[in-house]
Structures are given as structure tokens and as C-alpha cells.
Design a protein around this ligand. Structure first.
Ligand code: FMN
Length: 206
């Protein structure tokens, strides 16, 4: 199997937020698709290791902010490169709230979907949630950000200075798993989140 073929699948980029009682959290995802109409249903896939996944399993409600072309790396970093287990990602943010009192992106996003989980299946690394869309709101007319755009336009390029140093490992940008070794095999996929080599960045010697 040529895994590079799998990388040709296209996705959007989203901020998935949820609330269980007083606990609020959210993370970046690139997996959401409409899977049925009338009622509209979407499928989202969330890493089992994510705090967002725990809260979503508890409450079954979420807001999915559809990130747009104005999205900065700072936003992706804030929600996608740290865990709500370690930091309150919503502490200092003024955000609008959806019909379920869940904060969503009032900037860097062109639309928001509010969902209620109707089915879920554990897929090992991820849980697949099927949800009914209970509300949806257009925020602006900006074009949505695609995962390919994120890779080529939003994600920062490696700093040239660091390239002079010896590579001692490769870190998965998605889940932070570190592969130890200077050369990452071309067909490597992350054992934690399943993402491929294009989502790994070098770890340089100290
Ligand atoms: C571009 C990008 C795409 C991502 N896609 C997903 C995804 O589809 N599903 C997922 O569960 N995590 C995805 N992640 C990883 C989570 O956003 C990340 O693990 C986050 O730190 C989890 O935070 P939490 O523990 O607060 O939930 C993605 C991250 C980035 C940067």
C-alpha cells in the first residue's frame, strides 16, 4: 500500500469545542464530514488521548468552528499543540457561545456548527462520533481553510539555523509523539495518531 495516496484525501481544519458541566475545552481537528441530510448528520473523529474526547464522551455536545483563510498559526498552536489537561485554553479569551453555551471562534472562522452526538464507535486510536446538527451559523463569507492550505501556507517552515544541528528525532506535530533516530522512514505513520511523515518535524540535538 502506498500511504502517500492516503495523504491525497482532502480535509478542512476546525476548532472542536465542548462543555461538560463547568468543564470547557477544545482542540484542532481536521476530520469532519457531512454524512446524512434531513436531519443533517456529521461525522467527526477525535483522538482518544485528547481531553476534548473525554469531555465529548461525557456530554455529547459540541461546537465545530470551521476555520477560514485568515487563520493564524497562533490559533492552531493554541488549540492544537497543548492539552486542556495542562492549561485552560479558554481562560483569557472573549468568545461567543452557541445554543449549548459552548464557546466558539469569533475570529479566524467562517461558520460554526452545533452538534449532538447520536452514535459513537471506538476505532482504537480515535473515537468516531456521528452527530446531529442542531444549529448552524454563518460568521462571514471567507473561504474555509483546507488541510492542504494549513500544510503549505499556515504551518511555519523549519528555521534554517536549526538545520545546521544534528537531527536526533522526529516529533509528530499532531500528538507530540517522538520517533527517536535521525532518519524517519518514508512510509512511517505515527503509532499514536496515525498521521504520516508530512506531519513530523525534526528534533535537533540540544
Ligand atoms: C492541523 C491539525 C490537525 C489535527 N487533527 C486532529 C484530528 O482530526 N483529531 C484529533 O483528535 N486531533 C487532531 N489534532 C490534534 C489535537 O488538536 C491536539 O492533540 C490537541 O493538543 C488536543 O488537545 P486536548 O487534549 O485539549 O483535547 C490536530 C492538530 C493539528 C495541529
Amino acid at each position: 500500500m502506498d500511504k502517500k495516496a492516503i495523504y491525497k484525501l482532502s480535509y478542512g481544519v476546525f476548532m472542536l469545542s465542548t462543555r461538560s458541566g463547568e468543564k470547557v475545552n477544545g482542540c484542532i481537528t481536521n476530520t469532519c464530514m457531512q454524512v446524512a441530510g434531513n436531519p443533517v448528520r456529521v461525522a467527526i473523529s477525535v483522538l482518544n488521548t485528547n481531553y476534548t474526547c473525554d469531555l465529548l464522551k461525557e456530554s455529547g455536545i459540541f461546537a465545530l468552528s470551521i476555520l477560514d483563510q485568515t487563520c493564524s498559526f497562533a490559533t492552531i498552536k493554541h488549540f492544537g499543540f497543548q492539552s486542556g489537561r495542562d492549561v485552560d485554553k479558554f481562560a483569557d479569551l472573549q468568545m461567543p457561545k452557541d445554543c449549548n453555551d459552548i464557546p466558539y471562534m469569533g475570529w479566524n472562522a467562517c461558520a460554526v456548527i452545533s452538534g449532538k452526538v447520536v452514535e459513537q464507535q471506538d476505532l482504537g486510536t480515535h473515537t468516531l462520533f456521528i452527530a446531529e446538527v442542531v444549529d448552524a451559523k454563518l460568521i462571514n463569507e471567507n473561504a474555509p481553510l483546507t488541510y492542504a492550505d494549513y500544510q503549505t501556507k499556515v504551518k511555519p517552515k523549519a528555521e534554517p539555523k536549526a538545520q545546521d544541528k544534528k537531527i536526533v528525532g522526529w516529533r509528530c506535530r499532531i500528538c507530540n509523539y517522538v520517533y527517536e533516530g535521525s532518519e524517519l522512514p518514508a512510509d512511517f505513520t505515527c503509532p499514536i495518531c496515525g498521521h504520516g511523515v508530512e506531519d513530523f518535524e525534526p528534533v535537533y540535538e540540544a
